[in-house]
Write a protein that binds this ligand. Structure first.
Ligand SMILES: [Fe+2]
Length: 475
């Protein structure tokens, strides 16, 4: 049952029902060329038995599909049948440790939980396509394969060895291979960069880099020649694992005196081109990276520090605990590395807050680019507000266009290029928006050029705020 509210807390309420709905009520008109399916994942259930998971990132994953065909939109959702969810349902309690909620209590159990092969596979962060196959991903190297037509869980393909990874693999422009890295924890932690051609395939080792110590990194940069690991000073000490200071998120310490280190790995031979230090900052999301002669450009959504992680605990987001200063803002920030001198220049490119960034990936990733779309809290919004607008930022000038509507709370805008587009921004942005006034969500279709609204398709219930999705053409 939906409830009407102008607060965003409803976006963190559990959604229990699985549905399949044809022909959602549609306002406006879709572009003729928009045929395909927006596949998204996100946390949807935080209650297990008598207990509640404590962090936005920890909720059990649900897949969502918005399908576009013949000018109509259909919607379906389904819980991911991860091993983590199956174990929780069977036991009536949380079994697998998540990002900030860990069921283990003893030191032995906790260390065991982190190092055991069956780390959580609750793929609530992102979906990825490798060839014709789709997987749901979290931050352990334990992918869950699903059927994009039915959203049914298909299996648990072998992934890459390691303990922690990102849910943001890049796609190699030439081969389509997924590029990613895992962190292998332990007394001598390492980052292992690899390529993967298909779910279950043998990973192709690209590089192994010592981690001194391991940093928490949610994504990384990929230029034509380099893999860029931005090691923020949010670090994991092996001693904390031994002492059992869990949950996992609590094992990381913010140590700004370390600064941020850009570790630049040559994709061709796996050598480290350099480790380039700059000021301390934190980011979840890289936006793009590219080379210009001897200069390497790395763009990210940068926070002043890692306070964002603490601000996303569920009791605050649900309004059950004081929200304090709310959720910190991230800004489009450029790290420009002079590979010859090792000097790094760090500068903010726009004063418009930006998170959940998307670019015209197939056209401009690894290349100089102009446009980034994202979702953010407006600079003029109340301090305790949440993401309340979609923005498009001109990387060259810092100027921004905005879509917002009072009482509405949008998510990541997925850019879909128009067929045969000649301009970088010719396409649409697709975003799932919570309409607090209606107590339900809708799928918003914007013209990516100016963020004008083309159409919205209304869902009869709320969709909990998720993270990421991908558009699969022609289904
Ligand atoms: Fe992410």
């Amino acid at each position: 049952m939906s409830t009407t509210t102008t607060d965003y807390a409803q976006g963190f309420a559990t959604l229990s029902e699985e549905v399949s709905l044809d022909r959602l009520p549609l306002r406006g008109a879709l572009p003729d060329w928009l045929e395909g399916t927006l596949l998204r994942t996100g946390p949807a259930r935080w209650e297990i038995g008598a207990s509640t998971l404590t962090h936005w990132f920890d909720g059990l994953a649900m897949l969502h599909a918005f399908s576009f065909a013949g000018g109509e939109v259909s919607y379906a959702n389904r819980f991911l049948a991860s091993r983590a969810r199956q174990a929780a349902d069977a036991a009536g309690r949380q079994v697998y440790g998540e990002f900030a909620t860990d069921p283990c209590r003893s030191i032995f159990q906790r260390v065991h939980a982190l190092f055991r092969p069956q780390a959580t596979d609750n793929g609530n962060v992102n979906v990825a396509r490798l060839g014709e196959r789709f997987v749901a991903l979290t931050e352990t190297p334990m992918a869950v394969e699903f059927d994009p037509a039915t959203l049914a869980t298909l299996g648990f393909p072998r992934w890459a060895p390691g303990h922690v990874t990102t849910a943001h693999p890049h796609a190699d422009r030439a081969s389509g291979e997924a590029i990613n890295y895992t962190t292998r924890l332990g007394p001598s932690a390492t980052y292992r960069v690899y390529g993967l051609s298909a779910p279950g395939a043998q990973p192709r080792a690209i590089a192994t880099v010592p981690a001194r110590p391991a940093a928490y990194m949610h994504s990384f940069g990929l230029s034509e020649r380099f893999v860029v690991l931005a090691e923020f000073p949010l670090v994991l000490h092996p001693r904390d694992l031994v002492l059992g200071r869990a949950p996992f998120a609590d094992c990381f310490a913010w140590e700004p005196e370390r600064g941020t280190i850009l570790t630049v790995v040559d994709r061709r031979d796996g050598t480290v081109r350099g480790r380039f230090g700059t000021d301390p900052f934190f980011a979840f999301h890289h936006i793009n990276a590219f080379e210009q002669g001897d200069r390497l450009v790395v763009d990210l959504c940068a926070y002043a520090d890692a306070a964002i992680v603490r601000s996303l605990f569920l009791d605050r987001l649900r309004g059950e605990a004081p929200r304090g200063d709310g959720v910190p803002d991230a800004f489009l920030t450029r790290c420009e590395v002079d590979l010859a001198s090792g000097r790094v220049e760090l500068r903010r490119l726009s004063e418009t807050p930006l998170e959940l960034p998307r670019i015209n990936y197939s056209a401009v990733n690894e290349r100089s680019y102009r446009w980034v779309w994202g979702a953010a809290r407006g600079a003029d919004a109340p301090a305790d507000a949440f993401i309340d607008r979609i923005v498009k930022i001109d990387v060259d000038s810092g100027a921004a266009a905005t879509w917002s509507q009072p009482g509405c709370w949008p998510g990541e805008p997925v850019f879909v290029a128009a067929p045969e587009a000649t301009e970088e921004d010719d396409g649409v942005c697709l975003s799932v928006v919570l309409d607090g006034g209606r107590g339900a969500s809708f799928l918003l279709v914007l013209d990516a050029r100016d963020l004008s609204e083309l159409a919205r398709a209304e869902v009869p219930h709320h969709i909990p705020f998720g993270f990421h999705g991908q558009f699969a053409r022609g289904r």
